[in-house]
Design a protein around this ligand. Structure first.
Ligand SMILES: Cc1ncc(COP(=O)(O)O)c(C=O)c1O
Length: 394
């Protein structure tokens, strides 16, 4: 039986599972859920309607927009609500490419972007755009110098993620913003993993576009936003009504947006404490692994990293058996590998960091932290993981 079928079989088995895959998605916060359900139960008007039902919805939408704008030091009119991070990335990339096509056809990105960015760029290549995929070092890092080296007068878009979803590496976004401030290129950052975890200020970063998604910060699924700097033009991807100042047609999902704003409020309040907690969790994992005497490596260890993501390599193990055994032990973690045709395809992020022949591609696991965890649970995860690794090492 192949690995993907084993996971499918196990899906039916219920057990007490420790969820350490918060970079994939997060559980909804009880207060977010309450705000979301309350908005759904009590307010149904179309925010574009001018009667009182519409105005009540509009007020919720405006308040949510203000909360979210303030969180990144933007103006409410600069927030475009979307169906999530993927749509925000798509509007940023296709919308800019189309709006800027008279000014050039060159795009700069990195080899380790999320597929929402990578596949959008690949699509644009079919339509006459030239895309530079910057290589990363073994820590998943690019430098501002690499961007400067490939920047031309044909460059219309630079799209570089804030923090990586697999290894947590944070890119020098502020420095790249500084480099691009007098260049025609529009600067987009996919901050889906960083928003809600780190303080982000679009003025300081000098980004023109920034993507975020609610389900990464204990908010509802299917809602996100694109920050679009005032005065910047992007060609809309969908046509219809005049919602979101004609930048994204379609009636807004008001209850989900209300939930999103509540999640942002909570994340802002708890950000610093969470950061300390998550760094401590990383340390606990490493300390227990050391104490148990297993061979391990923290991947991207030299990089400045997101606190809630840590990726370990366990030499001598194989990813399939590692994931199956962790799952059977009630530990939900992830590898960047995708189930393709019944086997696990190595992650494009890890391949970009170490080359396609590196054994680490086949023995690396991501642990990601969030709501509902504590130090004792992490210590338990670490001991069980160490036990499994000892059993599996050949
Ligand atoms: C860095 C990054 N960008 C974009 C996305 C896509 O966001 P969504 O799931 O909201 O479409 C994700 C989700 O995993 C992500 O981690």
């Amino acid at each position: 039986m192949d690995i993907c079928s084993i996971f499918n079989l196990q899906r039916g088995i219920s057990m007490q599972t420790i969820y350490l895959d918060h970079a994939a998605t997060t559980p909804i916060h009880p207060e977010v859920s309450a705000a979301y359900v309350n908005a759904m139960d009590t307010v149904f008007g179309n925010p574009s309607s001018i009667h009182s039902f519409g105005r009540t919805s509009r007020k919720l939408l405006d308040d949510a927009r203000k909360t979210i704008a303030e969180a990144i030091h933007a103006e409410p009119t600069e927030i475009i609500f979307t169906s999530g991070g993927t749509e925000a990335d798509n509007i940023a990339i296709f919308g800019t490419a189309s709006a800027m096509k008279e000014k050039g056809n060159h795009i700069i990105t990195t080899a380790i972007e999320h597929h929402a960015v990578l596949n959008s760029c690949k699509e644009l290549e079919k339509n006459g755009f030239r895309v530079t995929y910057l290589p990363v070092d073994e820590n998943g890092q690019i430098t501002v110098g690499q961007v400067a080296d490939v920047l031309t007068d044909q460059t219309v878009l630079v799209t570089i993620m804030y923090g990586n979803n697999e290894v947590g590496t944070i890119q020098p976004i502020k420095e790249i913003g500084e480099l691009l401030k007098d260049h025609q290129a529009v600067f987009h950052t996919d901050a889906v993993q960083a928003f809600g975890i780190l303080k982000l200020d679009v003025q300081e970063l000098q980004v023109d576009l920034l993507s975020a998604s609610a389900h990464k910060l204990n908010g509802p699924k299917g809602v996100g936003f694109l920050y679009q700097r005032k005065g910047l033009q992007t060609t809309p991807l969908q046509f219809g009504g005049e919602q979101e100042r004609k930048r994204r047609a379609g009636t807004e999902n008001v209850p989900a947006i209300v939930g999103f704003a509540e999640a942002v409020n909570i994340a802002q309040k708890e950000m610093e404490a969470n950061s300390v907690k998550y760094n401590r969790y990383q340390t606990i994992l490493s300390e227990v692994f050391e104490r148990e005497g297993i061979a391990f490596e923290v991947n991207a260890k030299e990089a400045n990293r997101l606190p809630h993501v840590v990726n370990f390599s366990f030499p001598g193990t194989e990813i399939e058996s590692l994931l199956v055994n962790l799952d059977m032990a009630g530990i939900a973690v992830s590898s960047g590998s995708a189930c393709t045709a019944g086997s696990l395809e190595p992650s494009h992020v890890l391949s970009a960091m170490w080359g396609s022949e590196s054994p680490k591609l086949r023995n690396s696991v991501r642990f990601s932290f969030g709501l509902g965890l504590d130090e004792q649970t992490i210590a338990e995860v670490a001991s069980k993981t160490a036990e499994i690794v000892k059993r599996l090492v050949k």
